[in-house]
Write a protein that binds this ligand. Structure first.
Ligand code: GUN
Length: 278
């Protein structure tokens, strides 16, 4: 059977490391503060925001919560972001996505000071990643690199296939794997003969948003399989984009859902917040 890549324990380890870093900063008289903005009351977003606040409390980061009504205008949101940009005691600003339809997400992301962009979504952060300069990196793909490294998976020289090309996961994932000297292919919904492409992968990263889409006929024997998806199936049980029971017997390592990639996102957010203090 494959190695099960344990995101729960690796994320706990990262949170402990961040907690130590925050204590050391406190000893120098520096506090770390994250502003978390939610517009509207989408139940999934409320769960994510709640988990982020809990993680902040655990590692010693102050969190400022802004829970704004659904009717908030774009101007009001941009004005709040402007105020938080100017506040020296605020180190990180996070606007939970998705935003209500009347608000332009790109304009909101662009309004965040790149030095406080702990989500790594600002064009300046993405551009820095693209040309190998320092900057904040999107938390989910950054967490996947940590999962691979801390599980002893070598990336350099490996065939890496990323399925999915979103701005938050697929694209930054490809750039990070390239930075680690992987040979990277990005596949997507228009890719011809997807199975032929995914079967080349030594490291297969799946972020397609379709429950159990990836079965063993997409996977090379001995591949490392990372599943970014999270869905509820017909029995209300969590599952990923990968059909775990079908794929696990043919791969060398795999992330479970839940307990794989999921917990890494918040751990890396905490990491980015600690890095935001300069
Ligand atoms: N919505 C879903 N994932 C994320 C994330 O990582 N950051 C923010 N801000 N919103 C999200």
């Amino acid at each position: 059977m494959p190695q099960i890549i344990d995101g729960k324990s690796i994320s706990a380890q990262i949170k402990e490391e961040v907690k130590e870093k925050i204590s050391a900063l406190k000893a120098q008289g520096k506090t770390v503060t994250l502003a978390v903005i939610q517009v509207g009351a989408d139940p999934a977003s409320s769960v994510y925001v709640g988990n982020k606040k809990k993680a902040c409390a655990y590692v010693g980061i102050e969190s400022l919560a802004y829970e704004l009504p659904e009717e908030t205008t774009q101007e009001e949101l941009l004005s709040l972001i402007g105020n938080l940009n100017r506040k020296e005691e605020v180190n990180g600003i996070l606007v939970q996505l998705p935003l209500p339809k009347h608000i332009d997400e790109d304009a909101v992301i662009r309004a965040i000071d790149a030095g406080k962009d702990v989500d790594g979504f600002h064009p300046q952060s993405v551009g820095a990643l693209c040309i190998g300069q320092p900057g904040f990196v999107s938390c989910t793909p950054a967490g996947i690199i940590e999962l691979l490294k801390r599980s002893g998976v070598e990336i350099a020289g490996k065939e890496c296939v990323v399925v999915g090309r979103s701005n938050i996961v697929g694209k930054p994932m490809a750039l990070l794997l390239l930075r680690e000297n992987g040979t990277v292919t990005v596949a997507h919904s228009k890719t011809a003969d997807l199975k032929e492409v995914t079967k080349r992968a030594d490291i297969l990263i799946v972020a397609v948003g379709k429950p159990k889409m990836i079965t063993r006929d997409y996977v090379k024997e001995g591949a490392v399989v990372i599943d970014v998806g999270i869905h509820r199936n017909e029995n209300n049980k969590l599952c990923g984009d990968v059909d775990y029971d079908d794929v696990a017997p043919v791969c060398s390592a795999i992330t479970p859902v839940p307990g794989g990639v999921g917990p890494m996102t918040i751990a890396m957010l905490m990491y980015n917040c600690a890095e935001a203090v300069k």
